[in-house]
Design a protein around this ligand. Structure first.
Ligand SMILES: *Cc1c(COP(=O)(O)O)cnc(C)c1O
Length: 364
């Protein structure tokens, strides 16, 4: 019955396929949860900052109260941390929610968005949900082809999405080319810069300086506490943009979209620079190790600047299945039209070694 009354374009949607949870794989394959490692969702293998955990414990005592809908203290903390105004920040239930909020505010049926054909899939999924056309521009050398994306923008283009670094390829765009691109996108188009892995970059582009300094009213940077900070389970991210854009997004934001535990954890995590430094160091070590092993195994891989890496294994689905039976969850990439590849999140060194051992066994 609900089928007949659903909107036709909703019936046709494909659900997002997340990395498989450990408990689910354990149930299905009758494995012990403790024997499984998940390298499938680019989470922080060190876990959350202990300071964040302590702050969240304290926040539990007032869980009967609604959260501060405006996220006052967290926005103040972020503003100080980032060197922007608190009114340049909008909080989201994960940066994924901010992506959806952009569609609510700016995209009508028949509008267009521009994104890369190997870019984060959520842009395309949202476009379908809002009956907009996603113009997918082919990647070049595994990364965004900014010139081609610019050429794909027209009078109907409402949002152009650039993920830098991109997921799943782990590639970045050149800083100078990036600034030239930002300068040339037309004013009627929102530029959504998805910077979920920004903190992993060496020599990152000065995105916020560009947005705030140039008073670029049509650009928003999307960041998250899910990746380097290690709070993916809390669902909290933020956008940094001009005041007008922040005001618009607040109009489409649900009143209590970010819960009080998440706000407390995120705020405390800002004070733990050591945790971020440790995470970056471990990630570099892991990337070097994995790349070296792939080289020895003569497997093609995409050099990554994120906390994950893509490797070409032949039949990606079969390798994913076989690894899963051995208790290692990775991510198949057929959904990104990369059926011969899998994506692996960089884990702790013991996890990385275990993955390589199991991969060797599976490929033998
Ligand atoms: C993980 C990821 C996000 C969002 O994560 P949230 O948990 O919703 O903050 C956004 N963009 C990219 C490219 C990602 O990989």
């Amino acid at each position: 019955m609900p089928r007949n009354i659903a909107l036709p374009h909703i019936e046709g949607l494909v659900s997002y396929e997340p990395g498989r949870p450990i408990e689910e794989v354990a149930r299905e394959l009758k494995l012990r949860p403790a024997s499984i490692i998940k390298l499938a969702s680019n989470e922080n293998p060190l876990g959350p900052s202990p300071k964040a955990v302590a702050a969240m414990r304290r926040a539990l005592a007032t869980a009967h109260l609604y959260p501060d809908g405006g996220g006052f203290y967290l926005r103040q903390g972020l503003a100080k941390h980032l060197g922007v105004g608190a009114d340049n920040i909008v909080l989201g239930n994960g940066s994924n929610e901010l992506i959806e909020m952009l569609f609510h505010a700016f995209v009508a049926p028949g509008d267009e968005i521009v994104c890369g054909d190997r870019a984060f899939v959520v842009y395309k999924l949202c476009a379908a949900m809002f009956q907009a056309r996603a113009v997918e521009v082919p990647f070049r050398d595994h990364t965004h082809d900014l010139e081609a994306m610019l050429a794909a923008c027209n009078g109907r283009t409402k949002i152009v999405f650039v993920a830098n670094p991109n997921n799943p390829t782990g590639t970045r765009v050149d800083n100078a080319a990036f600034c030239r691109f930002l300068d040339r996108v037309p004013n009627h188009t929102i530029i959504a810069l998805d910077e979920a892995y920004y903190e992993f970059l060496d020599n990152p582009p000065d995105t916020l300086g560009y947005i705030i300094g140039k008073r670029a009213p049509n650009i928003i940077a999307l960041r998250t506490f899910s990746k380097i900070v290690g709070l993916a389970g809390l669902r909290i991210g933020y956008g940094v943009a001009g005041k007008e854009m922040v005001g618009l997004l607040n109009k489409v934001r649900q009143p209590f979209n970010v819960n009080s535990i998440a706000q407390a954890g995120a705020l405390a995590s800002l004070a733990d620079r050591a945790h971020i430094t440790r995470t970056r160091r471990l990630n570099k070590q892991g990337l070097a190790y994995l790349s070296g092993e792939f080289r020895k195994m003569k497997l093609e891989f995409i050099p990554s600047v994120g906390n994950f890496i893509c490797v070409r294994v032949g039949d990606g689905r079969a390798v994913f299945d076989a690894l899963q039976r051995r208790g290692v969850i990775v991510r198949p990439l057929a959904g990104y039209r990369m059926p011969e590849w899998v994506r692996i999140t960089v884990g702790t060194m013991p996890e990385n070694r275990r993955f390589i051992r199991e991969l060797k066994a599976v490929l033998k």
